[in-house]
Each structure stands twice: as C-alpha cells, then as structure tokens.
Design a protein around this ligand. Sequence first.
Ligand code: ADP
Ligand code: MG
Length: 698
Amino acid sequence: MQKRVDAVCRISDRHTVPAEAQGAKVLEYFAEDVFDIEKMAAHLPKSAYKKLMATINGMQPLDPSIADDVATAMKEWAVSRGATHYTHWFQPLTGGTAEKHDSFLEFSGGKAIFEFSGKTLTVGEPDASSFPSGGLRSTFEARGYTAWDPTSPAFIKRHDNGGTLCIPTIFCSYTGEVLDKKTPLLRSTQVLKKAVVRLMKCFKQPEEPVKVTLGVEQEYFLIDKKFYLQRPDLLQTGRTLYGAPPAKHQQLEDHYFGSIPPRILAFMTDVEKELWRLGIPAKTRHNEVAPAQFELAPIFEELNLAVDHNMLVMEVLRQVADRHGLVCLLHEKPFAGINGSGKHNNWGIAYGKRNLLDPGSNPAENAVFLTVLTAVIHALDAHSDLLRTATSGIGNDHRLGANEAPPAIISMFVGEQLEEVINQIVKGTSTHAKKSASLRIGIDALPPLNRDATDRNRTSPFAFTGNKFEFRAPGSSQSCAEANMILNTIVAEALDALSDKIESFKAKTFNEELQALLKKEIAAHQRVIFNGDGYAKEWVAEATKKRGLPNLTSTPEAIKPLLVKENQKLFERYGVLTKTELESRYEVFREDYERRLEIEGRIALELAKSVIRPVVIKEYLAMGESRGCVAVDAVRQELAKELDAMNASIASLQKALESGEDISQAIGWLRRSIDALEGLVDDSAWPLPKYREMLFIY
Ligand code: ADP
Ligand code: MG
C-alpha cells in the first residue's frame, strides 16, 4: 500500500525540532497560568483574601459578599495574561472534562467592556441534557448547574491565539442530583478526613489538618500521526482491532528505562513546559515496558487537585503530541499481545506533617500506623468489588487480567516484612517482653521497613509501597475520581468501625484492648492479603475458591456492585451518593460499555468488509493463473481457507451486532482470521499500517 510506504519515508526524513533549553527558567514560569494563593494575595483586597483562604482551607462556606471581588481580580489577572474568555470546567460522567466558553464581553452605556461577576464565577447553568445522567435527567428539567470549587485554583488554558480562564466546578442537576465525578469525590474526602480526626482523637493526638494525597503515574503510547490516520479502528475506538503481533515486540525487555529517543524527548520537554505553567508538578519521565510506551509521574498533591491535574495531563499529552506529528494513545490496550497502559493511583493520608502510612519510629506512631493499615485491610476485604467497579470500562477489560496487568481480583500486597508483623499480631506471638508503658502491638516498634523491599511485586493491584498505597488497576484513560471516591469512603467506614470500639477503651488497658482489636480485625480480613504472583493461574483458583474473593472480569459484572443494597446504604450513610445516584451511575456505565462495544463491532465489520476483504480477493484472483504450479496452488488454498474463515466470522459479527450479544467474542474471531491473512497477503498490498511499523518507526 503506497500510503504506508509514504508514511515511513516521511517519518525517516523528519527532523526533531530541538526545544530551547529551560534550566532555571522553569522556576520563573512555574504556575504562571494559575490563579494560586500567591496571586490571590496580590490581586485581592485583604479582607476578601482572608475569607477566601478560610473557604479554601475547608473551614467555612464561601462568603457571597466576596464573590464579586474574587471574580474581578481573577478576570483582571486572566486578561492581563491574554485571556478573552472564561469557562466553568467540569467533569461529567463521560469520564472526560467539559467546557463552554463565554467571552468577558459586555456592554455598558453602549460601550464594550470586559466584565466577570461573582455570580458568573460561582454558578453556571449549562444545558445538562446532552450529558449522561443515567435516567436522572428524564424526570427533571434539562438544566444543570455548575458551582465553583474554590479548593482547585482557576487556571488559564492557552491556545495558539489566546487563552481561556478555566474555573473548576462541580456539576449537578436542577434538583441537586450529582451529574459529575468531582462532587462525590469532594464529599468522600471530607468523610475520610472526619474519620481520621476521630481516630486520632482516640489516640489522644492534638487536632491537626488532614490531607488526603494522590500521585498519579500516567502511562501512554505515542505513534506517528501518519500511521494513526490510516487506522480507522484507532481513530474511532482508540485501539487496534486488527494487527498481527510483530516478530519483535517487548521480549527483549530493551525499551523499559531505555534512553529516550530524541523526538520523544522533545515532545516530553514541551509537555512538561505546559504542565509546569499550569502548576502541575511533572517530575518523572521514562520509557515503559512496551515499545512506543512511556510514563509521566508528578509529585503527589492534595487529592482533589491531583485528580484535576491528571485530567489536564491527559489533555496536554494529546495536544502536544499533535503538534509533534504524533498521536498520544491513552487507551488501556491499544495493541493486542503487548502491555497495556494503566494509571497507578498512589494514595496517602497526611495528618499535619505526619504521613499516617509511614510506620514511624516509635511505638505510639506504630500503633497509629497499624490501626490505619488494619482499616485499609478491612476496607479492601469488605469492598474489593467496589474498587473493581471503579476501574471498570471497556478499555480496561482488555488489560485487567491480561498477563502484564494486575488481575481483576483486588487483593493487597504488603511485602514480606509487614506480613510478618501482621502475622505476629494475629498469632499474638510478640517476642518482646511485656513492659507496662509500651505497646505490645505485635512488637514494640516496627523495624524500619525497607521501601525497596516492599515494592517488588508488580503483579498486585493494590500494594503497600512503604508509605502509601498504590492502586494499579485504574486504566490509563480513566479519571481517578471514581477510584478515590470509593477508596476514601470505604476506608472512612473501616476507620469509624475501629473508632467505635477504641472510643470505649479504658485508659489503663488501652494497649491491650487495641492489641486484641487489631488481632481480631486482621484475622477477619486477612484473606485479602496476597504477596504471591498475581498473574499465576493458581491464584485465580485460590482467590475465588479458597478465599472467596470476587473476580469480576468484565464491565457488565464489575458495575453490578453499584446496585447492591449494602453498598448503596454505605454511600447514603456517608452522604457521598444516594441510591438513585448510584443507580444512575450504573446506567451510565452500562450504556457507555454497550455503545462502545457496538462501535467497535461496527468499525471491525466495516474494515473487514470494505478495506481488507477486497484486498484479499484481489490477491486470490491474481493467483488464478497458477498453470498447475503446485506451490501457487498451495498458497492459493491457504488464502482461500482464511478467506472462508473470515467470511464466516463476518457473518457471525453481523449477527452479533443485530442481536446485541457476543459482540466482543465475534470481533475476536474475526481478528484471528484477519491477523492470519496479514501474514499471507503481499505486504505491499496490505492496507493497514502494521504493528512493526506503528510501534517502531517514529
Ligand atoms: P514508584 O516506584 O512507584 O515509581 P515513586 O516514588 O516514583 O514510586 O512514586 C510514585 C508516585 O507516588 C509519585 O507521583 C509520588 O509523588 C507519589 N507519592 C509518594 N508519596 C506519596 C504519598 N504519601 N501520597 C500520595 N502519593 C505519594
Ligand atoms: Mg509506581
């Protein structure tokens, strides 16, 4: 196919445009496009600034009397940086972000002016009718409301010809039902913070501000745009529906942490520049395991901000890639047979200056650490189904349970050392002498846990990595909001369950009682801890048969926990989501899955019938004149056999699409024969860029 050859030639002629070296300049422009605390202080009247800070620090609701001041200050700052428009920036249930721009333009006495009022800053009324609502909408008005979330600072999104002031907002329906991902996330964070404060009170700790922290490692693929545009499957579904595995892919393990190719490094440099301007603390960049796969990780931040920032990271990756003639694929499994992409969700809790997931260095700190750890073990065991729900989605289905990603069974890895401590607690076999003043929670003080020793197991979906939990099941394209909303809520519940008991402990016997409680709790939930190989077949059998852990392998299964009564009660009790809202989410996720599956089926069918089959038939007919040549006859026969198989699979896919059943399986069958044909048909005639081209030529 001429187009494929053209693409290769043009890529080989391409020169990387060297980016200007940044050096210390970065420190000058870091966060320059964010209306952050420093800029608030500089642009706001003192009293308004103070009130706003109180809101941001979570102590008071926003005082409406300062909204106008804040809006004016924001506008002036934004306009001075070239912005002409503003938008409420929100996160509907599509999983992406949404924005509708309005200019600051108004008329005053017939004269054009720029204006931005407190009311426009704090509330918006976008038409909600075109956003997924899972049935919530039909019974109510189409109107939706967006409301400013002052805990995530406004920022300017730049484009070639200007900029837009973006105001992070929540999004709900006319009657107040939640239609977005941010609202329940904010609520769940409040709930968790409250539970932490309560627990720390049990330990007689002075009250300190609680912070839930998040660092999101983002994996992605980059391929040249010239190949991408020749792949209708990538264009329409984000993944390749066809493509035979290349001879060399990732077997040699030569890509991971390899030297970064110049063209990619130029891209990364540009990405970082944009992220830094937005105040996003991009820190780490490297090659990932699969060819053409890379990773970006920021320094962790407060949870809500980190989630917003990750949404921006995905957007910046896509946009900058385009400028570099590349396409950033965020799909969880763009290429079959090689590693997919995930999003490692590093989650932690800070209490004042202290990290509650850090074992600490004295018995009192250890006791708090072990109690929090016990709560997370409890939460995970009680609700691993919900955590799986949070990672559901058609793309991630191809990744979870495949041989390079965590399995769909949600278990916890704690590392050898910590497991030993846990076992000691359960067995009550502390080897330390009983001292009246010190704790006997297994051992008086934990040995310093070597971080490296805890981080070896890459096969676990939920790993304790020394001072944080790393949830590795979320998919690369997913918003982290869902996973953390659930994680926060279930951990809050588990912490409260412990506080319920600890509050009634007598001061004199506190340590013994705590010891007994943790022992009981851990013993009850220990089945969720697994330090072995999560990819092993035996684990599936052990997890499901022996331990009774759920293994929800596909989205339709994985979203069912949203309909379970106990789960609904949990979210209602904590005021995170109502039963109706959970049911609406179920509908949204189900619909999304079914629609995407149908799209995959349709594009697979179209490609097979109108792009690939004609090429195969042409080749077959061209071999018509074999003149008794045995070799030609043999090839012809082989081609005929695969063509027959392809035709049969086309018929089954057609049928599956009509009935809406087994579409996924039918696509798989069709893929088999088409991938086999890829290896038979004249390479120069094959119409789709091949894996060996897309993954290796850039
Ligand atoms: P890895 O070995 O998994 O790459 P890193 O130390 O690079 O480990 O951390 C990965 C991510 O975890 C980074 O984004 C980092 O900022 C984040 N992280 C570290 N500590 C915490 C914490 N206490 N809470 C949340 N995230 C954290
Ligand atoms: Mg990691």
